[in-house]
Design a protein around this ligand. Structure first.
Ligand code: ATP
Ligand code: MG
Ligand code: MG
Length: 553
């Protein structure tokens, strides 16, 4: 917003534009297609696309697909859908790291010809020993000083598939004594005899992230290459490649703190484990912190963008309360969601002094927005109310129980005040019906003297409604930091994170509910149709979120 102070990246960009260092801002969002995007990625998306938007620049969507073993077209497709759904449009065509493999290969040859790269045949264990550690300088590989010709020939053999996986790697010749371990002759290329989802069998050597990322930024004319803090130590290497290669531009890397949320796991690897081991119903399970999960759960894209804006962008790592995300969701839905009534655990009420057909009650679709229109609710002799909204216990105070008590009154939302007179029980003593009488002339009017309703409850007609299944979600993890320290995040799984209620009864208008639309079920929360389990003859609603923040209690 206009009044909010600039965060450090906005400040840097403003300065670069003012100094004419750049005439246009170009950013990129570079996901690896090895899983579905999560809320952490949403922050990176909002940041990169948001900065481009704000400064009139462009943002690329680039798949960082240098690791064929873990990547898949399914993930590419899901990521494209998620970015679009969040409301962003990338510049031009979708980009792939793999489409630069030819150029990267040429640049590898360039380094070899300059005496700045060599093929190394140390085994992984040997290479580790040679690398040294933070206290101790490394030792030069015995392959480090072979001739340029030998290296060119050997790298050609690597490329031609003459070596097995792991037999050798191409390394940059930088400094085995560098205090920054990333500069101790890092790996540029390794052998992977795998089919790649974009390049098929063309390559059996693949560049490492570090050898690919900055060069891709240069090729695409990225001005500000924004990544998370764990890459700060890689920046000298990023710069080394930019300095030592004939790249067409000199992009710069900037780091910000990744988003961590309490009660939430944001690691693709761990989310994949939840999916693969069947702890959840796929990547888009409504309990998952994935963008597709949040979409299926009913989180509006605008709420996710708002949340990313609220938490800001800093260089200091911190954990954000997941309640802030829920606040943003609730806030957005409160403004936009049509209201409806749905009884989750129906208890029949027979209005004994109501004879004849249905009487139509009229309610606004939204209490604060008349433009959204009106809804019609059939009031009939037999109704359903929530089982928990009735009690025979007359000792409960009016303050504690603002619902229907035997012998007393309650207002049915948008309809009559009723009085409970009697109950019918089954042989086990369970209440199966409440017999009540309505107080005449109380629709939209104050009650007469002596009639004192305890509160307002929701209801539906027992004869004109839609049957539905309702799914209530709780946190997927019971632990505030499920994957910190040496905890096994699976131990923190909440066994009660999904509650399925069948036989819920919703107001008749919900027969026309559409996937992708949000509703407020009065007093019960915000709901949306489940895109996966709903059929024409079977409505399944997900509770997106409750009406109030209950976590504090
Ligand atoms: P994960 O650890 O979940 O696998 P990643 O960083 O390996 O995440 P990428 O696909 O490489 O996943 O991420 C694409 C972009 O999203 C990167 O620029 C990365 O820095 C950013 N990103 C990933 N996780 C977060 C997060 N929690 N907060 C902010 N940005 C993130
Ligand atoms: Mg990554
Ligand atoms: Mg990763």
């Amino acid at each position: 917003s206009d009044t909010k102070p600039q965060h450090f990246l906005q400040h840097i960009i403003s300065q670069d534009l003012a100094d004419k260092k750049h005439t246009e801002v170009v950013t990129r969002f570079p996901p690896e297609p090895n899983g579905y995007l999560h809320i952490g990625h949403a922050k990176a998306i909002c940041l990169n696309f948001g900065l481009a938007e704000e400064f009139g620049g462009r943002c690329n969507l680039r798949f960082d697909d240098t690791n064929p073993g873990k990547e898949d077209q399914e993930y590419v497709d899901a990521i494209v859908e998620d970015v679009r759904w969040l409301g962003y449009q990338w510049d031009g065509e979708i980009k792939y790291a793999s489409s630069y493999f030819d150029t990267l290969y040429e640049w590898a040859l360039h380094l070899i010809r300059e005496g700045k790269a060599y093929v190394c045949h140390l085994s992984p264990d040997e290479a580790r020993a040679y690398r040294g550690n933070l206290k101790e300088a490394g030792k030069d590989s015995p392959y480090r000083n072979r001739s340029i010709e030998e290296n060119l020939a050997d790298f050609e053999k690597m490329r031609a598939g003459e070596y097995d996986e792991g037999a050798c790697v191409l390394r940059a010749k930088i400094d085995m004594a560098a205090p920054n371990m990333n500069l101790r002759d890092p790996i540029l290329y390794r052998i992977r005899k795998m089919n790649h989802h974009q390049t098929g069998d063309k390559w059996c050597i693949y560049p490492n992230y570090d050898f690919a990322h900055g060069q891709e930024d240069a090729i695409e004319g990225i001005t500000h290459s924004i990544c998370t803090l764990e890459f700060a130590d890689h920046r000298p290497l990023y710069d080394w490649f930019i300095e030592n290669l004939p790249v067409p531009a000199k992009p710069r890397q900037y780091e910000f703190a990744r988003l961590e949320l309490n009660y939430t796991v944001t690691s693709k690897r761990k989310l994949k484990q939840l999916v693969d081991e069947g702890h959840v119903d796929g990547w888009n399970d409504p309990r998952m912190p994935t963008i597709s999960g949040m979409r299926r759960r009913g989180y509006p894209a605008a709420a996710i963008r708002k949340f990313c804006d609220m938490i800001g962008v800093t260089k200091a790592a911190s954990t954000v309360d997941v309640g802030m995300l829920e606040f943003a969701v609730r806030d957005q839905l409160n403004e936009s969601a049509p209201r409806a009534m749905c009884v989750l655990q129906p208890l029949k009420v027979v209005v004994t002094n109501f004879d004849g057909d249905a009487e139509t009650m009229v309610q606004p679709v939204h209490p604060n927005n008349a433009e959204m229109g009106e809804r019609k609710l059939p009031f009939t002799r037999e109704l359903f109310i929530e089982r928990e909204d009735f009690t025979e216990d007359t000792s409960l105070s009016r303050k504690k129980f603002k619902r229907l008590v035997l012998g007393e009154w309650v207002r049915l939302r948008g309809a009559y005040i009723i009085q409970a007179n009697d109950v019918v029980k089954d042989s086990d003593g369970n209440i199966i019906e409440v017999h009540a009488t309505l107080v005449p002339d109380t629709v939209g009017a104050n009650p007469p003297e002596g009639v004192n309703p305890r509160g307002v409850i929701h209801w539906v007609s027992a004869t004109q409604n839609v049957d539905c299944e309702v799914r209530l979600y709780d946190r997927l993890f019971n632990d505030e930091s499920p994957d910190s320290g040496d905890k096994n995040f699976l131990d923190a799984l909440n066994p009660e994170s999904l509650q399925i209620i069948s036989g819920a009864k919703a107001e008749i208008g919900l027969a026309g509910a559409q996937v992708g639309e949000a509703y407020q079920f009065e007093r019960a929360g915000y709901f949306c149709l489940d895109s996966k389990n709903t059929r024409a003859d079977r409505l399944v609603f997900n509770r997106t979120i409750g009406l109030k923040d209950n976590w504090a209690n």
